[in-house]
Design a protein around this ligand. Structure first.
Ligand SMILES: Cc1ncc(COP(=O)(O)O)c(C=O)c1O
Length: 415
């Protein structure tokens, strides 16, 4: 629990607002996921989804723990290399890769999952130009997540997702046979990430089953990785829960049960890859912002802070994250109020209609569980992006400093 004095000290050193990283929580998420899966299936790989939160400090922890990097763009791929990640432990996904990206990743023997037909040409070109190399690529499969009641479990109930190759058997057989016609080319990975609105165990069973079926039918001797993507639930605070939340053990039991029961997988023993993002990062960042003003407009109490919802929920979802008022002294003055940000957008509300101690000007509000899709999605908008701090022994260390005028404007032309 941070005290007012501690926050004041941090502010005097680093300014306000700021993020605090809970390194232990990140490591625990990694260990808990790995323990759940590896206890049931030995050849398990956790590939951290960089896009969810690519603070280099976090990516470094993944590398130290022996995890893989899951990247979806060249900039993320280059970040993984810069961190020192073994290129063989990088999984390169994503719908848009150019020839140079694919060439570099294949040369480095990274796991490259193709998403569209245009990439097949790039891979064929690379294989033809490097006849002495054994080239291996993966395919992302577009998996139908409609259940037996006709309910689509895909994001927003969509009829079909937009990623990967359509899973109809004639399409898959055509693509695989086209690739296998190239003498030095094999399919080493099948990938099935799908964004499901309910993140249910059923979805992961369906993904695992579908990938094993395709592998056993079309590439039984070459597939080494069954990659079920990310999307699993992590530790979500009670007030943010929407649907039933399976545990890591629930997911692991279902997925590993299918692998250990599938005749092809039993024999072939592929690696099982999971690419968690939210489950790894959501609960690892808190955000502290200072109260600048308190007003009452038409009966609504509005607490304006020096931070912004762009820093805590850039997707502007309506759920209030867990929060704490950090007051100078003990107070009893509860009220219902909203917390608004320092930008000029009407919609910039960090918290809506909360019933809590009403803070005074100069006090602070801490908002937790802001680790997923914040740092990577926050634009430079009106104010610079805040520093990220981590506690080390008796002091805080900056693992990202506050953005400066130069950071913001050096890439523009002034003439
Ligand atoms: C290919 C891929 N892997 C992993 C993830 C991570 O998903 P989540 O952050 O929901 O775990 C995503 C998210 O969109 C993705 O597209």
């Amino acid at each position: 629990m941070l005290t007012y004095k501690e926050v004041k000290d941090i502010e005097s050193q680093f300014g306000s607002p700021f993020y605090i990283l809970d390194e232990a929580a990140f490591k625990k998420n990694y260990d808990d996921i790995v323990n759940a899966f590896a206890a049931r299936y030995e050849k398990f790989i956790l590939a951290y989804s960089y896009k969810t939160n690519y603070i280099p400090y976090l990516c470094g922890i993944i590398m130290t723990k022996g995890g893989y990097a899951e990247v979806v763009s060249r900039i993320e791929y280059d970040l993984a290399l810069r961190i020192g990640q073994d290129p063989k432990k990088i999984i390169f996904n994503g719908p848009v890769k150019n020839y140079d990206d694919i060439e570099l990743a294949l040369k480095n023997e990274s796991i490259v999952n193709l998403d569209s037909e245009y990439e097949l040409d790039y891979v064929r070109r690379y294989a033809a130009g490097n006849p002495a190399r054994k080239v291996k690529v993966g395919l992302r499969i577009n998996i139908d997540l409609t259940d037996e009641n006709g309910v689509s479990h895909l994001y927003e109930g969509m009829r079909a997702g937009r990623f990967g190759f359509s899973s109809e058997s004639d399409n898959i057989s055509r693509i695989i046979s086209e690739l296998c016609r190239v003498k030095n080319l094999t399919i080493n990975c099948l990938h099935g990430h799908s964004s499901a609105w309910d993140r249910s165990v059923w979805c992961y069973e369906k993904i695992t089953k579908t990938l094993c079926e395709i592998a056993s039918k079309y590439a039984p001797d070459t597939v080494e990785y069954i990659d079920i993507g990310g999307g699993i639930y992590g530790y979500i605070p009670p007030q943010m829960r929407r649907t039933q939340m399976p545990s890591f053990n629930d997911y692991a039991k279902a997925v590993c049960g299918i692998l250990t029961g599938n005749p092809w997988a039993k024999n072939r023993k592929p690696y099982l890859v999971l690419e968690p993002g939210v489950a790894m990062s959501a609960n690892v960042l808190s955000y502290v912002t200072k109260v600048v003003s308190i007003k009452n407009i038409k009966g609504n109490i509005l607490v304006t802070v020096d931070g912004s919802a762009f820093h805590t929920k850039p997707t502007f979802h309506k759920v209030n994250q867990p929060h704490t008022v950090i007051s100078k002294d003990k107070k009893e003055n509860h009220g219902i109020y909203s917390v608004c940000g320092a930008t000029c957008m009407e919609k910039d509300y960090l918290l809506n209609d909360i019933d809590d101690i009403v803070p005074e000007r100069g006090e602070y509000i801490k908002i937790d569980s802001v680790g997923a899709y914040t740092i990577v999605l926050t634009p430079t908008f009106i104010h610079p992006t805040p520093p990220i701090l981590v506690r080390q022994d008796d002091h805080y260390k900056e693992i990202r400093r506050r953005q400066t005028f130069e950071d913001m404007f050096d890439c523009f032309c002034f003439e």
